[in-house]
Design a protein around this ligand. Structure first.
Ligand code: HEM
Length: 292
């Protein structure tokens, strides 16, 4: 299938051909919607259906923000340059979920815009979320080819590097309204720390690609930081000594701690790197490097 492409035909590549990678990305982006339809009965029977949807939209926008950030490291580590083709789609998809998150929040306030504005400017976790929201909106608007040209490559790249700051704000917002169990927020933060650590290490070593050993070291350091971060978080939340929490990291009866989960994710990445280093690769697509 090929021919002229309309901008809404996101499943077609630049040359108008059906792209399996784009179809898979679209399916991934629609997965939370499918899950909502699947859980519709439970959601409707729940105490606060709209609040449930707010949480789902917020959580998935954070997940897709992470997936968007993972594109650059993954395309290098997996030697799969074509992944760059779906980065914009993932970024815009993230923004669609975050737009739904805000719209649902306003709907939950019975569309009382004055009240929404008051809350958004007076509650700290909403101020933080609001700033992240504005940042994502700016990045979504300027993600087009027109804006890339208008701003120039360097300025566009600088602007879009603020995504790391936005991710940090989004994580703070996530923690601020997490009431009891810190496991998932700590795990998600560990994954973001890995992604940010990858960029910092690549910049520090002045290299585009990190060696297998660097990836292994990064994964171990981030896993250790995740253990420490969780211990400090639990310590502050429940008033116990972080050292007592750290003493229990090998106690698997209560579940696998986020530090282990982050280490496992890091080791999977290392494994991908080892396997792909031994496979012959095709020459990178022209223009792919420039797009980064
Ligand atoms: C105008 C901006 C925003 C508003 C009004 C807003 C509002 C909310 C509200 C009301 C909750 C539920 C709080 C509770 O039930 O106690 C929530 C949770 C959450 N929000 Fe936001 N938020 C905003 C921006 C963001 C952004 C930019 C992100 C991430 C990219 C985000 C991610 C999350 C996450 C991950 C949760 C928790 C989901 C879970 O429980 O699994 N939010 N937000």
């Amino acid at each position: 299938m090929s021919g002229a492409k309309h901008s809404w035909q996101v499943w077609l590549d630049r040359r108008g051909r059906l792209s399996p990678l784009r179809v898979a990305t679209l399916a991934l982006l629609l997965l939370p919607v499918a899950k909502v339809l699947f859980d519709a009965g439970d959601i409707a029977d729940g105490a606060r259906p709209i609040n449930d949807l707010i949480h789902r939209a917020g959580f998935w926008s954070l997940v897709f923000l992470g997936v968007t950030l993972a594109v650059t490291p993954l395309r290098r580590i997996a030697r799969y340059g074509n992944l760059i083709d779906v980065r914009r789609m993932l970024g815009v998809g993230t923004f669609v979920y975050i737009a739904a998150h805000l719209a649902l929040y306003i709907a939950d306030l019975k569309c009382d815009l004055a009240k929404a504005f008051y809350e958004l400017t007076h509650r700290v976790y909403l101020i933080v979320g609001g700033l992240a929201w504005i940042g994502l909106a700016v990045l979504a608007v300027t993600s087009t080819d027109g804006w890339t040209k208008r701003l120039g490559g360097l300025r566009w790249r600088r602007l879009h590097q603020t995504i790391y700051l936005i991710a940090l704000l989004a994580l703070i917002h996530y923690f601020q309204q997490t009431k009891a169990d810190l496991t998932v927020p700590v795990f998600v933060s560990g994954l973001f720390a890995w992604l940010i650590g990858y960029r910092v290490l690549a910049w520090w070593l002045d290299r585009n690609e990190l060696s297998t050993l660097s990836l292994l070291a990064l994964s171990i350091v981030v896993a250790l930081l995740t253990f420490i971060g969780e211990a400090v978080g639990i310590g502050l939340t429940f008033g116990v000594s972080p050292l007592r929490v750290l003493e229990t990291v090998f106690d698997f009866d209560a579940g696998i701690r986020p530090g282990w989960q982050v280490l496992a994710a890091g080791l999977v990445v290392v494994l991908i790197d080892v396997i792909r280093a031994r496979w012959p690769t095709r020459a990178p697509r022209a223009g792919a490097a420039a797009a980064e």
